[in-house]
Write a protein that binds this ligand. Structure first.
Ligand code: NOJ
Ligand code: NOJ
Length: 554
């Protein structure tokens, strides 16, 4: 942060004293009006100089820190309005919601947060104050690292992965200052020390997520016959040593116990946590089998089966058609569809094409729709602009605004929740296409398909829409032509959601924060959130995979 500040100060000095280019000249002009005694806050948590100035506000990162750094002069022009909306682009399925160049930009910002100081740490965000996210969260780190596989070749991500595996090994044996098993620790300083202050503990998803990431890498290495490396550095047949067996052993011990949820707010029985543990165990069983460790393989697989039974009996609410993230306490939650993506084991169990997931996604989207959730007025405004899609938050009535939970402005749409929703639609379509026709419409999945139809009318021709509407009745099967159009609708729904996200991040040159303000649509919360980038990268990869599976869909 210090370095960043002095760079901004230097830039200001540089601009005032030199003849600068066009852009810098306009900064100088802004600065002249900026020496005022009364400042009206024009920013939001985590705003940076570029973001501030692109809103036409003054940027003076000064002390006392009680004054806003990004502000308008009190007597001067009134705060400039939100960035002008670019013309809505309803992205018919041929048009990608993000261009290749935009993806490159985001990948660059994303990689800047990885392998901090070369020690494998992943910072959640470079923001060091309001909020301070300059830590390695086990969850964010593991999820993000796995996104490298989505756009890089093995030779390109190998260095990143080697650093990350060293990080994980150190974290498995770091000293725990909080008197718990270190594998349940959520958050570390980027130098590798475990965070010692008050926090939600334990959080047991992190060890499962890092196991998944490392084992996906191991699969790739095994396909290149690098068996020894996998045995010695990743799998390591000894739970007392650093390696994935150490985490898998812990998962077997504690999977049925309570855990902090991924939003670090409730300690309970959590779908997200169990579901990613199940995948870690199945992947563990696969790799164990490949390495000839058959007894571990069957032990992991049997624990994974127990988790399935537990999920079926405790996390499905048949009346509401909802997979309950935290039964009784917070059933409806975006963590369900995030968990579905990270825990998807390719076997159909609670995968995006399964009825239960589809029904839950429909409940979530209906809950956050502009008619049912006026608190997110940005969705209504976007609807009126003709933008497709929907922005969703973590869960209804969230109060966290990206810095604290005590302001009235809490509970915004989240980029990572919305982008992953798009990924659900792409992956669902891909899975349906792989399963083949006919597609059976049931009481449970019908809402999901109806909703996709609503979200994609701009892409389908009107006769098709009428016909699909008629056929969307429980007990019907969609034949080939309707099936193909329904799959187009799923893709268009995903595209719509990403198009809405893209619309709000374009004014920031595709820098992604954690949240999008529910009323203004402006960026909010930690800037350059690694996990936000990860979800856009993941969703766009799922879109590409879908197009590879069926070229007729575009
Ligand atoms: C910080 C956590 O990371 C966030 O998820 C939570 O909502 C707030 N603390 C409030 O508990
Ligand atoms: C708050 C989120 O709720 C939590 O899931 C995340 O791990 C941290 N922020 C860091 O990004």
């Amino acid at each position: 942060m210090k370095a960043f500040l002095s760079v901004s100060v230097l830039c200001v000095i540089f601009c005032v004293s030199m003849t600068c280019g066009q852009r810098l000249r306009s900064i100088k002009k802004v600065n002249a009006q900026c020496s005022v005694s009364k400042k009206v806050d024009c920013g939001y948590y985590g705003i940076n100089q570029n973001q501030c100035e692109s809103k036409g506000c003054c940027w003076v990162p000064n002390v006392p820190s009680t004054e806003p750094w990004c502000y308008n002069p009190a007597s001067g022009p009134s705060p400039s309005p939100s960035p002008p909306p670019s013309p809505p682009s309803p992205s018919p399925s041929g048009n990608a919601p993000f261009t290749a160049d935009q993806m490159k930009l985001m990948q660059g910002y994303f990689e800047a947060n990885l392998n901090v100081h070369g020690n494998g740490a992943v910072m959640a965000s470079p923001s060091t104050q309001s909020p301070d996210y300059y830590y390695h969260w086990q969850r964010d780190g593991a999820i993000s690292m796995s996104k490298l596989f989505d756009y890089k070749l093995p030779v390109e991500y190998q260095g990143f992965m080697e650093s990350y595996i060293n990080w994980v090994h150190r974290a498995q044996f770091a000293n725990d200052p909080n008197g718990i098993d270190i594998r349940g620790e959520p958050k570390f300083y980027v130098d590798g020390k475990c965070y010692e202050k008050g926090w939600m503990r334990p959080q047991r998803d992190g060890m499962a997520l890092r196991t998944i990431t490392l084992l996906l890498w191991a699969k790739e290495l095994l396909s290149e016959n690098k068996t020894d490396y996998v045995k010695q550095n990743i799998y390591v047949m000894n739970p007392n040593m650093a390696g994935v067996q150490r985490d898998l052993e812990r998962i077997q011990q504690v999977w049925s116990q309570n855990s902090g949820d991924p939003w670090e707010e409730i300690n309970s029985q959590v779908f997200f946590v169990k579901f990613v543990m199940r995948r870690a165990l199945f992947l563990g069983a696969q790799i164990a089998t490949a390495l000839g460790d058959t007894s571990s393989a069957s032990s992991y697989a049997s624990t994974a089966k127990s988790i399935e039974d537990n999920i079926n009996s405790n996390h499905w609410d048949a009346n509401k058609g909802l997979i309950m993230e935290i039964p009784n306490q917070r059933p409806l939650d975006s963590a369900v569809h995030l968990g579905v993506l990270y825990g998807n084991n390719g076997d159909g169990f609670y995968s995006p094409s399964s009825e239960r997931v589809q029904s839950s996604v429909a409940v979530l989207m209906n809950t956050f729709s502009s008619n049912n959730y006026p608190d997110f007025s940005i969705n209504k405004k976007d609807d009126e602009l003709g933008l497709p899609g929907l922005l969703v938050g973590r869960y209804p009535n969230d109060v966290y605004n990206g810095g604290n939970t005590s302001q009235p402005s809490g509970g915004n749409p989240w980029i990572l929740c919305s982008s992953s929703l798009a990924e659900i639609f792409y992956t669902a379509a891909k899975e349906h296409i792989e399963a083949g026709v006919p597609l059976h419409i049931s009481d449970v999945n019908i809402e999901f398909f109806k909703l996709s139809l609503e979200h994609s009318q701009h892409v389908l021709n009107s006769t098709t829409v009428v016909e699909l509407r008629r056929k969307l009745v429980p007990g019907q099967n969609l034949d080939r032509s309707l099936f193909q159009n329904m799959m187009r609708a799923l893709m268009a729904t995903g595209d719509g959601i990403l198009t809405r996200v893209a619309h709000h991040v374009k004014p920031y040159n595709f820098h992604l924060n954690e949240q999008i303000n529910k009323d203004t649509g402006l960026a909010q919360g930690a800037h350059d959130l690694t996990w936000s980038y990860g979800t856009v990268i993941g969703a766009m990869k799922a879109r590409e995979d879908l197009l590879d599976t069926a070229n007729w869909i575009a």
